[in-house]
Every structure is written in structure tokens, then in C-alpha cells.
Design a binder for this molecule. Structure first.
Ligand code: SF4
Length: 263
């Protein structure tokens, strides 16, 4: 369980150069990462204690297909126990693999705001904060200050209505909680967030209603699927497709320079 393709709808792969965490707000109550460490103790000898995995640092360099990579689905990259030098190493790998998009999601907005100016960002590094109810909407303010190409919110598990300031925010993901003791989401909360994204031209992604398991309630909101991604994603895909076609043309000997020299 070091890294893999994932069923999380808004990403392609997960990369966990750290695992383990501790709870900071109500959204953490039924933490999925903690549940996995309990279910597969053989894969997590340190349990849910924050653990560095330097042997995983190089993994994204080996993934040649451009992918969206969720960084630390099993932890929080801005946890206070992640040494700054280690964080810098993770950022170096992300900068040096520009064919991927990295999606960092944190609940530690203060650490993020404090450390972000000391880190070197590149356009393939996106960062988001979790906002599960109005009490934690202040995380959006910290996020707005971060010099990342894309800033996003994960409102999952959504635990109440949200009145958001979406200035400077590119993407909002919403989802209901899943699991035996899931706290139910209300359709009017989701519709209201959708309305706020329409008014501010922000991409909207509805991940799930949740329920006893993540697929239980499906993903339709009033009969529609909401899978929007921020414009930066489509630019990224376009750029890498063009590079791939160009490489293919070169491989097939169809580059203009070959045609000219053939005259
Ligand atoms: S911050 Fe994320 S990984 Fe950490 S305990 Fe909370 S939900 Fe789990």
C-alpha cells in the first residue's frame, strides 16, 4: 500500500511519502487513512503515527504517463512533524516531474501559510484545504495567500451549510461522508455551494453523496454529474498531448526539418 491507482474520482494516483497523522477538526472523526492503517496493520508497522517514507520519494519519476497525483492521501503534508528539508525534497520531485499534476490537500492551513513562502512552487503543484463546516471556512483565507497555480477546496465530508468567499479559488470538490457512522449530507447544502461556484466561475466537482460506503448514494446531483476540473488541467493535458504528438512525428520521420532536407 505504498502508492497506487485510486478510486478517488478527482485524481488518478496517490503518492504517500509520509503516512500517519492526528486529528485536528470534526472532518477527521472517521478518518479514512486511520481506518486503513487499522485494517492493514501489516502495511503500517507504526500504525497511524506520522512516518516518513524516503524510499517512496522517487516513485513519480517512474510513472511516465502524465497523471493527477494526490499527495499524501494517508497523511497531511503540512503536519508539524514533517521536517522542512523532507518537504523540500518532495517539492523538488514535484518540480522535476512536470508531466504530472500534484494535488496537495491539507487541514493545516497555518503551517501551509507559514511554510509556503519558503518553498519553490511550479505550475504543476496545486494546493487545497479541507472545509467541512463554516467554522473552518477561515482555511480558505490562508489558502488564498499561497502562490500555487491552482487553489482548491475539498468540502468533504460536508457537515453543514457553507457560505464561501471563492475569490482566488479555482476548484471546489464536495462530498458526503461514508462509513457505518456517516453523518448525513443535505442536498440543499450541495445545491447552495454549486450556486456559489456558478456565481464566481469556479469549477465544481461533486464526488459522492456517501452513505454506508462511498458509492452507496451515487454521484448525481438533481440528475446531473458534476465533474468539472479547473482550466489549468485542460491546458496541462493539451500541452502534454501536443508534446506526445510531436515526439510521435519525430519518431515517424515527419518533422518539417526532414521534409525540407529531402528536397
Ligand atoms: S488531517 Fe486528514 S489524514 Fe489527518 S487525521 Fe484528519 S482526515 Fe485524517
Amino acid at each position: 500500500m505504498s502508492s497506487s491507482n485510486t478510486g478517488i474520482e478527482w485524481t488518478d494516483k496517490t503518492w504517500n511519502p509520509t503516512t500517519g497523522c492526528n486529528k485536528v477538526s470534526p472532518g477527521c472523526r472517521y478518518c479514512y487513512a486511520e481506518a486503513l492503517t487499522e485494517r492493514f496493520p501489516q502495511n503500517f508497522p507504526h500504525g497511524f503515527q506520522l512516518t516518513l517514507h524516503p524510499e517512496r520519494l522517487e516513485q513519480p519519476r517512474k510513472w511516465r504517463t502524465p497523471s493527477r497525483i494526490f499527495v499524501n492521501s494517508m497523511s497531511d503534508l503540512f503536519h508539524k512533524d514533517v521536517p522542512f528539508a523532507y518537504l523540500q525534497e518532495i517539492f523538488t520531485v514535484m518540480r522535476e516531474t512536470p508531466w504530472h499534476i500534484y494535488q496537495i490537500l491539507t487541514k493545516r492551513d497555518q503551517n501551509l501559510a507559514e511554510l509556503a513562502p519558503k518553498l519553490e512552487w511550479s505550475e504543476n503543484i496545486w494546493v487545497g484545504v479541507s472545509v467541512e463546516n463554516q467554522q473552518y471556512a477561515h482555511r480558505v483565507h490562508a489558502l488564498r495567500q499561497i502562490p500555487s497555480a491552482v487553489r482548491f477546496l475539498s468540502c468533504e465530508p460536508l457537515l453543514g451549510p457553507l457560505d464561501l468567499n471563492l475569490e482566488g479559488i479555482d476548484w471546489v470538490i464536495v462530498g458526503g461522508e461514508s462509513g457505518r457512522e456517516h453523518r448525513p449530507i443535505k442536498p440543499e447544502w450541495v445545491r447552495d455551494i454549486l450556486r456559489q461556484t456558478r456565481e464566481t466561475n469556479t469549477a465544481f466537482f461533486f464526488k459522492q453523496w456517501g452513505g454506508h460506503h462511498s458509492k452507496a448514494g451515487g454521484r448525481l446531483l438533481d440528475g446531473e454529474m458534476w465533474d468539472e476540473m479547473p482550466p489549468a488541467w485542460y491546458c496541462h493535458v493539451d500541452r502534454w498531448q501536443k508534446q506526445k504528438s510531436s515526439r510521435q512525428r519525430k519518431h515517424n520521420g515527419l518533422e518539417p526539418r526532414y521534409l525540407i532536407s529531402a528536397k
